[in-house]
Design a protein around this ligand. Sequence first.
Ligand code: GEK
Length: 330
Amino acid sequence: MSVFDWHRHFSPLLQHLDSIGYQDWSHQLVTQLEHKFEDNPHGDIPRWLTAYQSLPDIAGATGRLDQPTVALESPSPLTAEQQAQLEQGLRGLMPWRKGPFEFFGTHIDTEWRSDWKWDRVAPHLADLQGRTILDVGCGSGYHCWRMAGAGAQRVVGIDPGLLFLFQFLSVKRYLGDVPVDLVPIRMEDLPGKLELFDTTFSMGVLYHRRSPLDHLLELKGTLRRGGELVLETLVVDGPEGYSLMPEDRYGQMRNVWFLPSCPTLLRWLDRTGFRNARVVDVSETTTEEQRRTDWMRFNSLADFLDPDDPGKTIEGYPGPKRATLIAEKP
Ligand SMILES: Nc1ncnc2c1ncn2[C@@H]1O[C@H](C[S@+](CC[C@H]([NH3+])C(=O)[O-])CC(=O)[O-])[C@@H](O)[C@H]1O
């Protein structure tokens, strides 16, 4: 038996999938979750679970999901004891990378200002009102909450990082049975042709995939006809056809494969069968957007850039620049 009662957390989603005719997917998820939490549990789960379970119960909590800081609020101020319990529990879930969040007045200054990314992406999206959304590589689920705040009917985030799951649940536990879920699986663990989602996001994932074209095809398989893909990834300057493959690490990150130019990305989207692909934003990532904080005390972007030329990574590659592209599935 797992110490983590995963059935309780995932049963609303599994039941929903059954109710809309996606029993095959829900059965597959049960097998994957059993494996993850019972057959082969991550060694840190007991510690994260203890931190999560130590968070205080707070009556009447509500969420503000439509503003830069995803915030939990309570009708009356917390007692000093509740405040201390809260801070200790949240500290037990460090490092906090994607956010910001505020838990009843306790502000979590995360490594990333993920709200800046949302501000760059959101103006270009088809209205999220009433949509069913997949967020691939969703991290702590910060953007999933913003999607819900923009009116999405249901949001499924997937990310294999289990600390992210406990950070996500520490928000969700105060919001009750909201139709927002984080499932700890990889893109490759989804069934091939779900054709379920109105919008699928892949932000910060493509460069981690050894086979970026297969990633695009997998993303296409998640969308219904006419659905929208939102792709955000690291890019480099260069002509159509160009893409950079780092020799080893890029900005100290392992597992970085292809950094295409924007024209190359457009070609990839076209060749994988998307239509109307367009670049809606290109921005350099700054050390204001990604930095060490009190809630993420390890090295961050400033440590990964060349100290003599911050326009370059420490390995001598062009500094991080990200593009957002939008395309439709025909
Ligand atoms: N194969 C995979 N399948 C699913 N997730 C994966 C995979 N490989 C890596 N990830 C996950 O993708 C996320 C990438 S971070 C972007 C977070 C958010 N989207 C953001 O835009 O701020 C970008 C970064 O920090 O490099 C991580 O949480 C990985 O666990």
